[in-house]
Design a protein around this ligand. Structure first.
Ligand code: ADP
Ligand code: MG
Length: 267
């Protein structure tokens, strides 16, 4: 099992001794799982989780978002039990915008919940709509096929950024997109990352995407699951499509792939 060492630094995310079981303990999905992510406040970080389907990746994100409690173990965000006032946003694989509302209203939703007046939230929403490349679409309804899959995921990203969260959870956010759109979305994410000093926890099945975006990659074994591998992505922070052609990138993709295969052979 991967050994998470306690350090002097504060942990922004702390999952300790997690067990997740169903059917009165007959089905054990997660066992002895620890996941400690250090806070990097002035910098932010991109953490990628890889693992086979059903191993519990989405479950872990739900713990951090406060949408689910584990059967046993503790979940702390910024040193506190997860509660309503934690600053955590989530982007799902499936389109999660409200189709009866415009792009502008969808993006401003988190501010509306906070009671921010309309004029102010529209201004802030427009900034983010421009940032994610949707200017000109703000008065359209956030639905398919009025907008494409890629455009709907751009809305989801803008919606999650407006909350100015410390933690951004992304559960296979580009999984349903065609490859060209996916590459655009990866670059969009990289280009906006540096402005927000968030901790991003990103789940994907795509190893090349994991290496391209990630600072740290964690691999889970299958059920009863926990983390078994940690790979530090020692590529420069500034990445571009040329990065994918560099030898170090190619080597890292191979290394992650090899480790995924040996993890799959674990019981
Ligand atoms: N209510 C439930 N009862 C039984 N099993 C469940 C329940 N909810 C989720 N699971 C199981 O938990 C496992 C982990 O799910 P999930 O976190 O979605 O995995 P991943 O995101 O890695 O594909 C899955 O095998 C799923 O079938
Ligand atoms: Mg999942």
């Amino acid at each position: 099992m991967l050994d998470f060492k306690d350090t002097e630094l504060k942990n922004i995310i702390e999952l300790r001794g997690i067990t997740q079981s169903y059917d009165n303990g007959e089905t054990v999905i997660i066992k002895d799982l620890n996941f400690l992510i250090e806070d990097k406040p002035a910098q932010g970080q991109f953490v990628v989780i890889l693992g086979m389907s059903g191993c519990g990746k989405s479950t872990i994100l739900r713990y951090i978002a406060g949408l689910q409690e584990p059967t046993a173990g503790s979940v702390l965000v910024n040193g506190q039990p997860v509660g309503a006032d934690n600053r955590v946003s989530m982007v799902f694989q499936q389109y999660s915008s409200l189709p009866w509302m415009t792009v502008l209203d969808n993006v401003g939703l988190a501010l509306r919940y906070k009671g921010v007046p309309k004029k102010e939230r529209d201004e802030k929403a427009m900034e983010l709509i421009e940032l994610v490349g949707l200017a000109g679409h703000e008065h359209k309804f956030a639905q398919y096929p009025t907008l494409s899959g890629g455009q709907l995921q751009r809305i989801a990203i803008a919606r999650s950024l407006i909350a100015n969260s410390d933690i951004l959870l992304m559960d296979e956010p580009f999984g349903a997109l065609d490859i060209q759109t996916r590459i655009q979305m990866q670059d969009l994410l990289l280009s906006i990352l540096h402005r927000f000093h968030s901790t991003i926890i990103f789940v994907t099945h795509d190893i090349s995407e994991a290496v391209y975006l990630g600072d740290d990659i964690y691999i889970m074994k299958s059920a009863p699951s926990h983390f078994v591998e940690h790979i530090k992505v020692d590529l420069p922070l500034e990445r571009s499509r040329d990065t994918k052609r560099e030898q170090r990138f190619v080597d890292l993709v191979r290394e992650v792939e090899d480790r995924m295969i040996s993890v799959a052979q674990l019981g």
